[in-house]
Design a binder for this molecule. Structure first.
Ligand SMILES: C[S@@+](CC[C@H](N)C(=O)[O-])C[C@H]1O[C@@H](n2cnc3c(N)ncnc32)[C@H](O)[C@@H]1O
Length: 341
């Protein structure tokens, strides 16, 4: 009996969890390391529950958030050339989110590889993977999607364990949205090196990086007038309340996103408006925050040419091409593993 359209779809989409560590244990460890004492901070991956992912998608549509539009324009203009240069039948994306911009790459990938085309999408948020998967299957009838739910490092480890099973062509890895900018140098280099270790000698990495630009443009992008980024930042508190049995009160905090010139990065802060006590059942403890105290929830580094060169040479990656948007406001880099690196 012939397979129904729904069965054919389900054969073309699969999702598996690739966490190396239990995500709850990871949150406990990160909270213990960053939140029990001032200065307080958490890694940004905890923003992205289903609501956080939807809010990030809404940020991309705000007039102030230029990175998505600039990167999309570079992809739209150059996707066919990128896929041709990569000679790829497989696209592997880290932190894929809604995969909206990725569609520019998937169109020429599917045209070139037809039924052989494979999209391996990784994200910490399983809901966004399923939602994007459903939309992409409709749009690209030849495409197969393997979704990997979990951390970047866990996805790369799973890919190394799998090998390039069943695929003949090369792979194009993508890391878009300047998500590398969420990491300070040591972690950024470790992540790039993990990507390089996972790549074969014929594979490419397409890396999107946001560049230094006037401060008013930067700060507006992370503090839009409609308050979407503020809602996204504050949503972290409801994640902590749910996951750790905490009682953070959103009304006691304000979103701030100053540019730190010395470190060349936007910092997202939640600033306590009054001194307050917050109970955290998972630690059987009560945090005491002073008025004005900051929880740093994200860094978003803004790169210049020197910073990029340093990162690439420390990571064993060689630049093959670079496309710049606008006045050098955003870069897309096409990279190869450096045999000498
Ligand atoms: C800033 S958004 C960018 C989304 C998309 N790549 C873009 O360019 O619009 C970051 C995405 O990476 C995911 N993410 C954040 N930290 C992650 C991590 N450590 N491992 C895997 N995915 C992560 C988030 O869920 C989110 O979808």
């Amino acid at each position: 009996m012939a397979a129904s359209p729904a069965e054919r779809m389900s054969r073309r989409y699969s999702r598996r969890t690739v966490e190396v560590r239990d995500p709850h244990a990871e949150l406990l460890a990160d909270f213990r390391a960053g939140m029990l004492e001032a200065p307080r901070s958490l890694p940004p991956k905890y923003f992205y529950d289903a609501r956080g992912s939807a809010l990030f998608d809404a940020i991309c549509d705000t007039p102030e958030y230029y990175p998505t539009r600039l990167e999309a324009s570079l992809l739209e203009r150059n996707a066919a050339a990128i896929i041709e240069a990569a000679g790829a039948d497989t696209l592997v994306e880290l932190g894929s989110g809604t995969s909206r911009k990725t569609e520019y790459l998937l169109a020429p990938l599917e045209r070139a590889a037809g039924e052989e085309s494979l999209y391996v999408a990784n994200d910490v948020c399983p809901e966004i993977l399923d939602e994007a998967g459903e939309r992409l299957l409709e749009r690209f009838p030849g495409l197969t999607i393997h979704a990997l739910a979990g951390d970047y490092g866990a996805a790369l480890e799973a890919l190394r364990a799998d090998g390039a099973a069943g695929q003949d062509g090369a792979r194009l890895f993508t890391f878009l949205g300047s998500s590398l900018g969420n990491f300070e140098d040591p972690e950024a280099i470790e992540l790039l090196r993990a990507i390089r270790r996972t790549m074969g000698s014929d594979d490419h990495l397409l890396l999107g990086l946001d560049r230094v630009k006037p401060v008013d443009v930067l700060e507006a992008a992370y503090d839009d007038a409609a308050g979407v980024t503020a809602a996204f930042n504050l949503n972290l508190l409801s994640v902590l309340n749910r996951e750790l049995g905490a009682d953070f009160d959103e009304r006691g905090f304000r979103h701030r996103a100053p540019f730190n010139h010395e470190e060349s990065r936007i910092e997202m802060h939640l600033v306590a408006q009054v001194s307050q006590k917050v109970r955290v059942e998972a630690f059987a403890t009560t945090l005491e925050l002073e008025a004005g105290e900051v929880i740093r929830t994200e860094i978003s580094r803004k790169f210049d040419a020197k910073m990029i060169d340093r990162l690439l040479s420390a990571s064993g990656l060689r630049r093959e091409r670079e496309w710049l948007a606008g006045d050098g406001w955003y870069s897309l880099l096409m990279l190869r593993p450096d045999p000498a690196g």
